[in-house]
Every structure is written in structure tokens, then in C-alpha cells.
Design a protein around this ligand. Structure first.
Ligand SMILES: Nc1nc2c(ncn2[C@@H]2O[C@H](COP(=O)(O)OP(=O)(O)O)[C@@H](O)[C@H]2O)c(=O)[nH]1
Ligand SMILES: [Mg+2]
Length: 201
């Protein structure tokens, strides 16, 4: 039976990599959140819109339009030895909504960051994920100078479905952000499990 021994030795596993989106209004803390947890130096791409922007930009006679730039946050975090998350911050400006469909390709789930002083800024992100059936959790980024609200009050104001997780967080704090990310992954797994069960029936 000696030959069996090699087989029973645990082999190093390739980690599963999952893609998560980070959405929310301008200035809500998306860049901060990605930077707080990322193991790689957060990449902030400034892209010149040329081909990608062509169908949406009426650039006839306005050559300057081609130099429009968009910033995107990108980061990576190893949650466990076998689980790596790639984070993609969605562009906050309405003008770049067309990029969302590209970013959303293959995304397991999303974090919608909210600031209680400007809750309405995250309505469009919530609508977007609800409409596409992308599981998401809401992270309320608690700024010191904002009035405190209970999680229940924020849920009501956002009209969240009862199964959508909502967590208070600090986008600057690694442990706090990690908790939000774990919440999204677990919620997405639950949603996926529910869908599999429904499909089997
Ligand atoms: N006090 C406080 N400031 C924060 C927090 N999160 C982000 N900020 C600040 O708010 C500003 C906007 O954050 P940023 O991450 O750039 O927002 P984005 O537009 O969503 O990417 C920056 O000056 C951050 O330093 C937070 O949790 N508390
Ligand atoms: Mg940003």
C-alpha cells in the first residue's frame, strides 16, 4: 500500500478566483475601500476613450472629446489560501454607464457602498444589480461627521429586499472591508445555491 501514500498527500490547490464589483456614488469611498484591502498596489487606470467611446460620443468635429479619461479601481485580496477576490471599482460618473456591462461580465457579486448623507446616490447601482440578478450587499460607509442611522432605517430608506445583507463599515479599515467582502461572497453563494435548487425542481 506504500504507493498510495503519495496520493493521499495534500496537493497544493490552485485558488479559486472570484470577481466582485464595488459600486456606489461619487466620493462614497470606493477607491478607499479597494486600497484598504488590496495586496497589489491599487491600479488606477486612466484610459483614453477611443474605440470604446466611439458609439457613445458624438465626436464629429470635437476632437478634444477623445481625450476624455476614466479612472478605474482594481485590486486583489486573498480571503483564504483557496479563495482570491479581484475587485473592480465601477466608474461613478453616469457618463460611463456603458462600461458597467463590460465590468459586470463574470462578476460573482457586488458591494454597493452607501453614504447616509447621500443615500440616493446608490439607488442606480442597486437598480442595476437587481435588474441583472447580480447578488450584492450594501456597505454603509460610516463617515464620522454623518448622523448615525440604524441599519433598519437605512434598509427601509433603500427599500432593500429582506435577503440583501447590509453592513456598517469603514472603507479605510482592512478588517472592516474584509467583513463586507466575506458577506458578499457568502450571500452570492446562498443565492447561487437557491437558484440551483430552483432549477432542479
Ligand atoms: N472620514 C472618512 N473618510 C472617508 C471614508 N472613506 C473614504 N473617505 C474619504 O472620502 C473621500 C472620497 O473617497 P474615495 O474613496 O475617493 O471615493 P470614491 O469616489 O467612491 O472612489 C476621500 O477623501 C477619502 O479619504 C471613511 O470611511 N471615513
Ligand atoms: Mg474613486
Amino acid at each position: 500500500m506504500a504507493f498510495r501514500r503519495a496520493e493521499s498527500r495534500p496537493s497544493p490547490v490552485e485558488p479559486v478566483t472570484l470577481k466582485l464589483l464595488v459600486a456606489g456614488g461619487f466620493g462614497v469611498g470606493k477607491t478607499t475601500l479597494v486600497g484598504a484591502v488590496s495586496e497589489i498596489r491599487p491600479l488606477r487606470t486612466e484610459e483614453t476613450l477611443t474605440e470604446a467611446g466611439r458609439p457613445f460620443d458624438d465626436i464629429a468635429g470635437v476632437e478634444g472629446k477623445r481625450t476624455t479619461t476614466v479612472a478605474m479601481d482594481f485590486g486583489r485580496i486573498t480571503l483564504r489560501d483557496d479563495l482570491v477576490l479581484y475587485l473592480f471599482g465601477t466608474p461613478g460618473q453616469d457618463r460611463f454607464w456603458f462600461l458597467w456591462d463590460e465590468l459586470a461580465q463574470g462578476a460573482l457579486g457586488a458591494v454597493v457602498l452607501a453614504d447616509t448623507r447621500r443615500l440616493e446616490d446608490c439607488f442606480s447601482a442597486i437598480d442595476y444589480f437587481e435588474r441583472r440578478g447580480i447578488p450584492f450587499a450594501v456597505g454603509v460607509n460610516v463617515f464620522e461627521d454623518a448622523e448615525r442611522h440604524s441599519a433598519e432605517a437605512v434598509r427601509d430608506a433603500l427599500d432593500l429586499d429582506p435577503e440583501v445583507p447590509l453592513v456598517m463599515c469603514d472603507a479605510r479599515d482592512r478588517a472592516s472591508v474584509k467583513k463586507v467582502l466575506v458577506t458578499v461572497v457568502e450571500h452570492a453563494a446562498q443565492v447561487a445555491g437557491g437558484r440551483r435548487a430552483a432549477a432542479a425542481n
